[in-house]
Write a protein that binds this ligand. Sequence first.
Ligand SMILES: [Ca+2]
Ligand SMILES: [Ca+2]
Length: 273
Amino acid sequence: MTRNLIVIGAMMAMLLAANPTQADICEIVNGSFEDNGRINNLADQDPNGWIAEIPPGQFTAKTDASWSTDGSFSLNIASQWFQAFTAGDTAKVSQQICLADVDEIKFDMKLETYTGAKWNPNDVTVFVMIDDNIVWEPNNAVPDIRGIHLEQVYEVEDQYRADELHTISFGLMVNVDTASGFFEFYRAWWDNIESVLICNGGGVLAGDFNRDCYVDMNDLKLAADVWLAEVPASDRYNLNQDDDTETNGIVNFMDFSILAGNWLLNSYPQEQQ
Ligand SMILES: [Ca+2]
Ligand SMILES: [Ca+2]
């Protein structure tokens, strides 16, 4: 009997060890592109943690030591000159990530042309994608996006916070059809890609609608704006689903009582309070 308990205990310990905590898989793996040193051709070798999709001929990609903001290497993807492109042609690197506790994705980037001409983002752009949706790209009204762009931020939207894995991608996309190609190499570098966790990893308390890690008057004001409103069942204000109709929820006292239960609490990890 005792022996069985020990075996069960050991198995549980193994299972727990094999399941990474959410904080582990919510972090970008090798977002600084240091793990492999220099890789000359990502079409031949993926950087640790990433899957590279680099259509040969049209694009090249490498981990590169010519520019970095963290460590010695960065990710470099370049479109090639005098190659035919169709609008939507893309080169990217991707990895799976959970975003439930991620507040924002931050990254540093450098954009350069080979000839020194302007880089019009309506011809070729850079992007962050989640599940094949572009969630971040430069403002296409800017006539020239060349330069070093530090601490770029994508604020994770609620729709990606479901408790499931998503695919996040960084890359280059051609926006126009061109049979003769560009007289240009459009070259982009990324480094220091990281996920910033909500409330330093403490998560969001029920009722912390503005996600500032505190449940206070500011949240109550937000709730007041939707008081007695009918909202989708998954709406952030619909804290209590017990009174939902078939498809919708309503923001009422049942939701308020959950906010009240966390009143004036904060969700920072204990040691930081
Ligand atoms: Ca780096
Ligand atoms: Ca709040």
